[in-house]
Design a protein around this ligand. Structure first.
Ligand SMILES: [Cu+2]
Length: 206
């Protein structure tokens, strides 16, 4: 009986010790365990993004509506073998709420009321051609396909996404490329079929 009581006492006291040991270690080292990853993460990534040896200087563009109003800024940061694309609206109320297709298009032209390289009736930003395809790449998703931009009810949006489907040099080669925002999102419809609401030629960050 005495052995049973002491065994119960031991079982009850053990979890208490374990809990107190756990909480005391939490209390003693929250700063050393959580601060270094946060503190070292952002400076090293921003340094790497602007270092030529880490993939090249960032590229950028300003997405503008056919009437010339600036809609959003976009940045392309090349680091670690992929690009991080950041799109942020600069003025609320221009874009309709909802999902908007976002792609890199094949030609670096943003001309309202222009004709597509393949001909046909003119339309906004049609001279930018279809979705960009990297050399040797065919099929879907096309190299220039990006995650859609979700616009809030007030017309604002902010997106950070990554892709490894194209390189910095490829975006600047030949006719260059353009970042295009569409009026809607249709995953199974070619970009040519959707209206184009904002466009920016991709180039060196200013
Ligand atoms: Cu498109």
């Amino acid at each position: 009986m005495i052995k049973l009581i002491s065994a119960v006492t031991l079982l009850v006291s053990l979890p208490v010790m374990a809990v107190s040991a756990c909480s005391s270690s939490k209390n003693s080292s929250p700063q050393t365990s959580t601060t270094p990853p946060v503190a070292s993460g952002s400076p090293s990534s921003s340094v790497a993004a602007t270092s030529p040896s880490a993939g090249g200087e960032p590229l950028a563009t300003e997405l503008k509506a056919p009437d010339g109003r600036q809609v959003a800024t976009a940045a392309f940061e090349f680091n670690g073998g992929y690009v991080t694309v950041t799109v942020k609206t600069v003025a609320a109320g221009i874009l309709a709420p909802g999902f908007h297709g976002l792609h890199v298009h094949a030609i670096g032209k943003c001309e309202p009321n222009s004709v597509a390289p393949t001909g046909g009736p003119p339309g906004n930003f049609l001279s930018a051609g279809g979705h960009y395809q990297a050399p040797g790449h065919t099929g879907m998703p096309e190299s220039g396909d990006l995650t859609s931009l979700e616009v809030r009810q007030d017309g604002s949006a902010y997106l950070v996404t990554t892709t490894d489907a194209f390189t910095r040099d490829q975006l600047l080669a030949g006719d260059k490329t353009a970042l295009m925002l569409h009026d809607a999102e249709h995953a199974d419809m070619p970009g040519m079929a959707m209206d184009r609401v904002a466009c920016g030629v991709i180039g060196a960050a200013s």
